[in-house]
Design a binder for this molecule. Structure first.
Ligand SMILES: O=P(O)(O)O[C@H]1O[C@H](CO)[C@@H](O)[C@H]1O
Ligand SMILES: Nc1nc2[nH]cnc2c(=O)[nH]1
Length: 291
C-alpha cells in the first residue's frame, strides 16, 4: 500500500494510528518496547486489547525468536499504555525508517513517554549477567556512517531538522527509575551506563568489544538507539533500560561465546524484577510535560 521510502512518513503513520484508534478506546500516554526475551512485560497491562502485527495496516512483522509480534493496549493502574511485544531490527532487513515507524505511531496515538528495554552484552567488566542498566547515553555506530533514522527530507510535523541528543535520556525519569529500583531492593544489580548500537546480526569479535569498550560503551546491542532518536525528534520523553544478558568477551583467554538462547534465558530469569520495576514506575511518571 505504501512505498518503503515513505515507511515512516506522516501520512503512513497517521493512517496506521487512525486505524488503531478506531479499534480501541484506550488513549495511551506511555509506550513500552519489550526487548529480546522481555515480552512478558506486556502482561502487566490490564483490560488488554492486542493486535498481531500482521493485522495492523502498514506494520512490519517480527521475525526474531523472543519477539512475539503483538501490539498490546491496556491500563497499568490508572495509566493508559501501549506495548510493543517485539521490536524490529536493521538486521531483519527492514529499512531504518521501517524499524522506527512504530515510535512515530506511538506519538500519533498520543504517547508522551517511551520506555524502551533491550537485552545487551555487558562490556563494563564490573557488570554481571542479570544487571539492569539505566541507559544514560548512547553511541550510535551506524550513525557514524550515515545510517540514521532521520536521514532524508525532514517533516516538521514530527520535529526539527537538527535535534539535540545531549538530552536524549530524560534525567528526571532516570532518577525516578533509579529511586524505584533502590526502593524495590535492586540496588545491587542496578547500573547506569552508555549503550552502543551495532548493526548485527553477528555478535561482536573480541577486538570489536575492546574497541567499543575503549570508546566509552558499557553495554552493546543491536537496537534501541534508532527508536530513541525518533522518539526525541518528535518530543517524547525517553527512559531506556538494558538487561545485561551476557558478558561481552574481551579476552582471547576466554572461551565463552555470546548466543541468543542465553540472551532469552536471562530475559526470562529477570522478567519478574523488570515487571515489578515497571509496575511501580509507570504510575509515577509525570504527565503532560513533553520536551
Ligand atoms: O535489543 P533487543 O531487541 O533486546 O535484542 C538483542 O538481542 C538480540 C541478540 O540476542 C539482538 O536483537 C539484540 O539487539
Ligand atoms: N550486539 C550484541 N547484542 C546483544 N544482545 C544481547 N547480548 C548482546 C551482545 O553481546 N552483543
Amino acid at each position: 500500500m505504501f512505498s518503503e521510502s515513505a515507511a515512516n512518513g506522516f501520512e503512513e503513520c497517521s493512517a496506521t494510528a487512525k486505524w488503531l484508534l478506531s479499534k480501541t478506546e484506550i488513549r495511551p500516554l506511555v509506550g513500552i518496547v519489550c526487548g529480546s526475551g522481555l515480552g512478558s512485560l506486556a502482561d502487566i497491562l490490564e483490560d488488554q486489547i492486542a493486535f498481531q502485527y500482521s493485522e495492523i495496516p502498514n506494520f512490519p512483522k517480527s521475525t526474531v525468536h523472543g519477539h512475539a509480534g503483538r501490539l498490546v493496549f491496556g491500563m497499568l493502574k490508572k495509566t493508559p499504555c501501549v506495548c510493543m511485544q517485539g521490536r524490529f531490527h536493521l538486521y531483519e532487513g527492514y529499512s531504518i525508517q521501517k524499524v522506527t515507524m512504530p515510535i512515530r505511531i506511538f506519538k500519533l496515538l498520543g504517547v508522551e513517554t517511551v520506555l524502551l528495554t533491550n537485552a545487551a552484552g555487558g562490556l563494563n567488566q564490573d557488570y554481571n549477567v542479570g544487571d539492569i542498566m539505566i541507559i544514560k547515553d548512547h553511541i550510535n555506530m551506524p550513525g557514524f556512517v550515515g545510517i540514521h533514522p532521520l536521514s532524508g527530507p525532514n517533516d516538521e510535523r514530527f520535529g526539527i531538522r537538527f535535534p539535540s541528543m545531549s538530552d536524549a535520556y530524560d534525567r528526571e525519569l532516570h532518577q525516578l527509575a533509579h529511586g524505584v529500583g533502590v526502593e524495590l531492593g535492586y540496588g545491587d544489580f542496578l547500573r547506569e551506563g552508555v549503550y552502543c548500537v551495532l548493526g548485527g546480526p553477528s555478535f561482536e569479535t573480541i577486538a570489536e568489544c575492546r574497541l567499543i569498550n575503549k570508546l566509552g560503551a558499557d553495554a552493546v546491542g543491536m537496537s534501541t538507539v534508532h527508536e530513541v532518536i525518533v522518539a526525541r525528534h518528535c518530543g517524547m520523553r525517553v527512559l531506556a533500560l538494558s538487561l545485561i544478558t551476557n558478558k561481552a568477551v574481551l579476552s582471547y583467554e576466554n572461551q565463552e561465546k555470546a548466543n541468543h538462547e542465553e540472551v532469552l534465558q536471562t530475559g526470562r530469569w529477570r522478567a519478574e524484577q523488570l515487571v515489578k520495576l515497571f509496575t511501580t514506575l509507570v504510575p509515577r511518571i509525570p504527565r503532560g510535560n513533553n520536551t
